[in-house]
Design a protein around this ligand. Structure first.
Ligand code: WTA
Length: 656
């Protein structure tokens, strides 16, 4: 099926930069050898990897897994005992006590930076952990964390881990209804929040949102609300429920006996929205998760002792959990915690922060790259970025246009790019080039990480060999895999293991090229079937964005009398480009040329803005309803970063 193959312009290979390979932890032969070993002897392989963890009782068992729904279980290192916070803090103290663990860059560039050493972070975590114990929090209790991207968020997560409480971090952009649902689902006992958050100079009323959430039914499990004083705004404190953080930690000892945790004891719950239904509480456990994120963080980012690592994801998402907090700290790295947004006070903020802190490893999302690409090269070229040695992306397919801009302009054609494919469910990255080992192709996540066995299946679940396009499944487990949907184990098994018996179904579509490299095409629910031809929306988008006048595009299917489904494209032009019918026709022709006639968009609607969640994901559900001309079914648009873009899209809908 030619229509689902990568576009011609994407097929260029970018070899590993020789200077990078010369210094790299892992080169091509290492990858080949270790990958083969990891499949031939998973037990031996993952046993050796687990040596990087400080165990209270080292595990004698390694892998104990069955994906068979009749005898379903996933256990890793099941008899091991450890504490995650000890691995992230205590064991760094002898060698790295004075090393900076967290480098806090506030929203306003004129607010002083905070450099928090491992010693200081350890003390702060212990003080809060003691305070939580005094408030009656015990192993297994659920704690909700609703904080801005500030060091206290990391302190709160690790304090929970210290005493065996299960944290559930809720992204600061969520509204009271979503907070209430998540608190009710896990019957959380305590909430940690702040007076306000700050994002791009705008204040976010976090405490007021918590108050509103706790006034909703189902939330009376919450006994205590701890409030971090952040902006200093006046907030309504309801006694005795609400307590100031500074007051409860004051006078607490700066050491705290860690709770011994079984490897399979829960570490955290993280809610993720499915395409329908209520959010799923993805549950990760302690031993396997920590082992996997620490190991992948070291390998895929080619981590060195003096690196300054910056993952721009908020700790409200899994990327922040795994690659701002647990992975970097378990490896004794220095991690940047950035409170702000890429375009405040101006669109060169990312690049300025990189220069200010000498960031060496930079990890962000394609949506941010595209937004910044739209602003042109000047805001980037005005900064040095010499400190950078590696770039990464995560969260969605990156179109080759954005990839090349990231590579050529941001990385000055010097730095390899790792396009890391993974999910909240997977805990850490599963498919990604290793930067010193694997050549890159713009738009491809390339190769499986050690122990990962990706495969492609057709709709009937038949395994596809060689070059193929199909649904991405994983044939075996890895230590960082989620263990259950909190409180609903049946939903876990039904969602991921029943579609294709014996396999984990990712929900993603994927193409494997003739070299065996993987190209994630997007969620399978975003694949359009036009006249019997499958077309990935991501591919059409990629083709549109490869046009020099296009900044961003989102493509959805809509019901079509003859073809089954038609293609509806929402296109955002680069600043200053005119929205003309001639350009519309040109874009349709461009897509036909890039992919083929089956991918011809039926409609192109100009979209000055696209409906995005606050984490930057395009809400295709809404675009599908607009394309279907069913605006009355739009559903809840309140979680959008900017709900007003929807009205404008509905008003300007093309007569379909
Ligand atoms: C998508 C984020 C293409 C994919 C870590 C997946 C990607 C979903 C990539 C998970 C990538 C993530 N290339 N698509 N490199 N990374 N995705 O749970 O559709 O927020 O299923 O986890 O994002 O999103 P989540």
């Amino acid at each position: 099926m030619a229509a689902t193959e990568p576009t011609e312009t994407a097929k260029l290979v970018y070899p590993v930069p020789p200077a990078f390979a010369a210094q790299a932890r892992l080169r091509r032969d290492d990858y080949d050898r270790l990958y083969a070993e990891s499949l031939a002897d998973p037990d031996g392989f993952w046993r050796r990897v687990a040596d990087r963890i400080d165990w209270i009782t080292p595990p004698t068992q390694v892998r104990d897994v069955s994906f068979d729904v009749e005898d379903f279980h996933i256990r890793w290192y099941a008899d091991g005992v450890l504490n995650a916070s000890v691995n992230c803090l205590d064991r760094q103290l002898p060698m790295r006590g004075d090393k900076v663990a967290l480098l806090f860059e506030p929203d306003d560039p004129n607010t002083p930076v905070q450099r928090i050493t491992y010693r200081e972070l350890h003390a702060r975590v212990c003080r809060l952990a003691n305070a939580l114990r005094n408030l009656g929090v015990a192993k297994g209790d659920r704690i909700t964390i609703y904080l801005p991207m500030v060091p206290e968020a990391v302190v709160a997560m690790l304090a929970c881990a210290r005493i065996g409480a299960i944290h559930s971090v809720i992204f600061g952009g969520f509204a009271p209804r979503s907070i209430a649902d998540r608190i009710a689902d896990c019957t959380s006992k305590l909430v940690i929040t702040a007076d306000e958050g700050l994002r791009g100079g705008k204040r976010v009323p976090l405490k007021a949102n918590v108050d509103a959430a706790l006034a909703m039914p189902g939330t009376n499990s919450v006994e205590t609300v701890l409030v971090v004083r952040h902006t200093g705004a006046a907030v309504d404190m309801q006694m005795p429920r609400d307590r100031w953080m500074e007051a409860v930690v004051e006078g607490q000892p700066d050491t705290c006996e860690p709770e011994p945790m079984n490897a399979e004891d829960p570490l955290f719950i993280l809610y993720t929205s499915g395409s329908t239904g209520k959010p799923k509480g993805v549950l990760h456990t302690t031993g396997g998760y920590l082992t996997y994120v620490a190991y992948t963080h070291e390998c895929i980012f080619d981590l060195r002792e003096d690196d300054i690592f910056w993952c721009t994801a908020d700790v409200g998402w899994v990327t922040g959990h795994s690659y701002t907090v647990y992975g970097p700290l378990a490896n004794g790295a220095t991690a940047v915690v950035f409170e702000g947004v890429p375009n405040h006070p101006d669109v060169s903020r990312f690049w300025q922060v990189i220069d200010k802190h000498g960031v060496t490893l930079f990890y962000t999302a394609p949506t941010a790259i595209r937004a910044l690409m739209r602003e042109g090269d000047d805001p980037v070229r005005g900064t040095s970025r010499r400190s950078l040695r590696l770039l990464g992306t995560v969260g969605e397919p990156i179109n080759p246009e954005a990839w090349r801009w990231y590579h050529d302009v941001v990385g000055d054609a010097r730095c390899p790019i790792i396009d890391t494919w993974w999910q909240t469910e997977t805990g850490g990255a599963l498919i990604t080039p290793l930067p010193g080992a694997i050549d890159q192709k713009p738009g491809s996540a390339m190769t499986p990480f050690f122990g990962i066995r990706p495969a492609l299946v057709d709709a009937e679940g038949r395994l596809l060999e060689g070059e193929a396009t199909g649904n991405l499944v994983l044939l075996d487990s890895w230590p960082g895999q989620m263990r259950t949907v909190y409180g609903d184990h049946a939903r876990f098994i039904d969602t991921y293991f029943r579609t294709y018996p014996g396999m984990y179904f990712t929900g993603d579509g994927c193409h494997r090229d003739a070299d065996g490299d993987y190209w994630i095409t997007g969620r399978v629910d975003d694949v359009i079937n036009v006249s019997g031809h499958r077309i990935g929306t991501a591919e059409v988008e990629s083709a549109l964005v490869s046009h020099p006048k296009v900044a961003e595009a989102a493509v959805v299917g809509f019901p079509h009398d003859i073809k089954g489904q038609g293609i509806y494209a929402y296109v955002t032009l680069l600043a200053g480009e005119a929205e003309t019918d001639a350009l519309r026709a040109e874009l349709v022709g461009h897509v036909r040329k890039e992919i083929g006639p089956t991918a011809t968009p039926d409609h192109v609607q100009w979209a000055p803005g696209l409906p995005k969640t606050r984490s930057g994901k395009i809400m295709r559900r809404i675009l599908r309803k607009i394309a279907e001309d069913a605006p009355e079914q739009l559903g809840d648009t309140s979680t959008l970063a900017d709900p007003s873009v929807v009205d404008s899209l509905v008003r300007n809908r093309r007569g379909a």
